[in-house]
Write a protein that binds this ligand. Structure first.
Ligand SMILES: [Ca+2]
Ligand SMILES: [Ca+2]
Length: 155
């Protein structure tokens, strides 16, 4: 009986993990809440050419962190990142670049465009650098509807 219960528990756990990994749209609470748990859009180990996620901020104070990680890269990469909010929602995209030892090289808060319009940047990451993207609610109640963030490597 005990064995059966353990089996049931692990099947349920596996199903839960599968659901989580294949359904980013359902993820909100706990998704990319800090630098340490940033969602990886690019890493110099995997060298993927694109990434996309459609998720929602779960509260006014929620943050979703994403990272372009060229820590172990041997050459500079260039790319574009576009964060598109739901219609009538206004989001801010913070962009934080760090060097290999974690020192902050630059910080900017991109909020060029109003409700319903994307915030976008085309930039680079030199070998050893990491660039974090922090999606936030601008003002009040710009959460609980999914936004889409995409990364595309351009060179
Ligand atoms: Ca979050
Ligand atoms: Ca905005």
């Amino acid at each position: 009986m005990r064995k059966l219960r353990n089996l049931t528990a692990s099947v349920a756990l596996a199903a839960g993990l599968m659901l989580f990994s294949t359904s980013p749209a359902s993820a909100a609470i706990g998704w990319g809440d800090s630098f340490e748990t940033a969602e990886v859009m690019y890493s110099s180990v995997a060298q993927n050419s694109s990434y996309s996620a459609t998720v929602r901020l779960d509260s006014m104070s929620d943050n979703d962190f994403y990272v372009v990680d060229n820590t172990n890269g041997t050459s500079e990469i260039t790319y574009s990142v576009i964060a598109t909010p739901p219609a009538n929602f206004d989001i801010v995209m913070g962009v934080i670049k760090m060097n290999a030892s974690g020192a902050i090289l630059s910080i900017q808060m991109d909020n060029w465009n109003g409700p319903g319009y994307a915030e976008a940047i085309s930039w680079n990451a030199k070998p050893g650098e990491k660039v974090y993207f922090r999606i936030m609610d601008n003002g009040i109640n710009n959460y609980n509807e999914p936004y889409t963030i995409t990364f595309k490597r351009t060179s």
